[in-house]
Design a protein around this ligand. Structure first.
Ligand code: ASP
Length: 457
């Protein structure tokens, strides 16, 4: 059986020389850890910056020399101290100076943002003495920015078929003409998942700075429980709802091949962490939910019109399309439609957008509520749905936390509740939900209450 493990280390795992040593030890403990995907250095201490954020800042202020130098010096310092402290034989100053020149020679934003991973990969490969592979050679994008899956598969298989140990920077690839193209932020997870899938890994390890997927954000809840086992669908929902542990686009490639994902803590490597798979004998029946997470800065747009027709809905969708506004959730009834969209995008075009709606739909009113957090509860034990909803709403109401909208999705095996709550209340809401839901006991009869018919495609 193929024992190959693809292992990805996030920015916090590789933020300085001390972290580099921990990562090297982890890799060398298991010879099956063959392909290692690395992020750019993350924050090494409270108040520090991630290298990718610094690169972004440099890119946006090339016409302000002082500011540029200030940020670029921070980047230089990080890499130089790693190389000097670990005595890595690499001309880091020369590499940095080439990148600095490229800032002023018209380098693209994606090229600039990718340099954090590129440099970290080069340095770490030297440190551990593995081969360095530039993902620009194996991860291919089309001109329109989408991943060219077929080409990527061919190139990865070809390149890695003769290489047993490699360091591969995450987050970027290139187009046909060689221009660098990045995934969305947090995209090193996607790189690791693609390589796992193409190489038919037995496991995709994702090392970070928490001991697995937590029931809630540890910055809000003290010592939240770790979820030992999760399904792909649960982690995707949680990631989509703002949990930062895994990029949601990284689930599909491994899910397709049934490759389990293991979330581990670089600073506590012996902690069990979380296993994500659909085929777990050892199901976690302790938890009635798979997590609570939240994302901020949304708006709820409610259009009122007596008898909202299908045609109205079509027009509404096309207006949102015209302004490139993503509809995150939608709920409608006989005489109103509510849509949840990201604040930022709406802010840039609110006036035009409202005019468009007025002239084409002629609603009786439009109400827009800004600064909304979407707080999601991913429910595992559907038998507890009513208890969870009842207890959550009751306790939020005790705390005077208003709920602006409730959206619910459900299937045979999961139910998610999404609550729209004012941004300033979102941490209080999470605390209240965490406490109240943990007080509901699970009967552990997961999935037995409803008879459902699944049509699988
Ligand atoms: N360094 C990139 C970011 O900060 C990609 C990654 O870490 O996955 O988003």
């Amino acid at each position: 059986m193929n024992k190959l493990i693809v292992t990805k280390f996030g920015g916090s795992s590789l933020s300085n020389d001390i972290q580099f040593k921990k990562v090297k030890d982890i890799i060398l403990k298991d010879k099956n850890r063959q392909y290692i995907v690395v992020s750019a250095p993350g924050k090494a201490f409270e108040g520090d910056y991630k290298v990718t954020d610094l690169l972004y800042k440099c890119y946006s202020c090339t016409n302000n020399k002082d500011l540029f130098e200030n940020y670029f010096n921070m980047i230089e310092k990080k890499y130089i101290s790693i190389c000097e402290n670990l005595k890595i034989d690499i001309d880091i100053k020369k590499l940095l100076s080439e990148i600095r020149n490229n800032f002023f020679n018209g380098a693209s934003k994606d090229y600039i943002l990718s340099r954090g991973e590129y440099l970290n990969g080069l340095i770490f490969a030297k440190f551990i003495n593995f081969k360095f592979i530039d993902p620009a050679e194996i991860i291919k994008f089309r001109e329109n920015g989408t991943l060219d899956k077929n080409m990527t598969k061919i190139l990865i298989s070809k390149k890695l078929s003769h290489i047993t140990e490699a360091i591969i920077p995450g987050f970027y690839g290139s187009t046909k003409d060689g221009s660098i193209k990045t995934f969305p932020r947090g995209g090193s997870d996607i790189t690791g998942s693609i390589i796992s899938s193409v190489m038919n890994a037995s496991l995709y390890e994702n090392w970070t700075d928490v001991s697995g997927v937590l029931l809630a954000n540890p910055h809000i809840i003290d010592n939240p429980k770790v979820i030992k086992y999760m399904t792909y669908s649960e982690i995707k929902q949680l990631s989509h709802m703002g949990a930062e542990v895994l990029n949601e686009d990284s689930i599909a490639p491994v899910k397709k091949k049934g490759i389990p994902i293991s979330i581990k803590n670089t600073n506590r490597p012996y902690d069990i962490g979380t296993i994500i798979s659909d085929n777990l004998d050892n199901e976690d029946n302790e938890n009635i939910i798979a997590g609570i997470s939240a994302k901020r800065n949304y708006s709820i747009i409610t259009l009122s019109k007596s008898y909202t027709s299908k045609n109205d809905l079509n027009i509404i969708f096309s207006i949102f399309d015209d302004y490139n506004i993503n509809i995150e959730y939608l709920s409608f009834d006989y005489d109103s439609v509510s849509l949840i969209v990201p604040d930022l995008i709406l802010n840039t075009c609110e006036g035009y957008f409202i005019n468009g709606i007025k002239t084409r739909i002629d609603p009786t009113s439009i109400c827009i509520k800004h600064d909304i957090s979407l707080v999601g509860i991913v429910i595992r034990d559907v038998n507890k749905y009513n208890d969870i909803l009842y207890t959550s709403l009751k306790n939020l109401s005790y705390q005077n936390i208003d709920i602006e909208i409730i959206i619910q999705s459900s299937s045979s095996y999961k139910s998610n509740i999404i609550l729209g709550i004012k941004d300033f209340n979102s941490s209080r809401a999470i605390k209240s939900l965490y406490k109240s839901i943990n007080n509901i006991n699970s009967n552990s009869n997961i999935n037995t209450k409803y008879k459902t018919v699944n049509i699988n495609f």
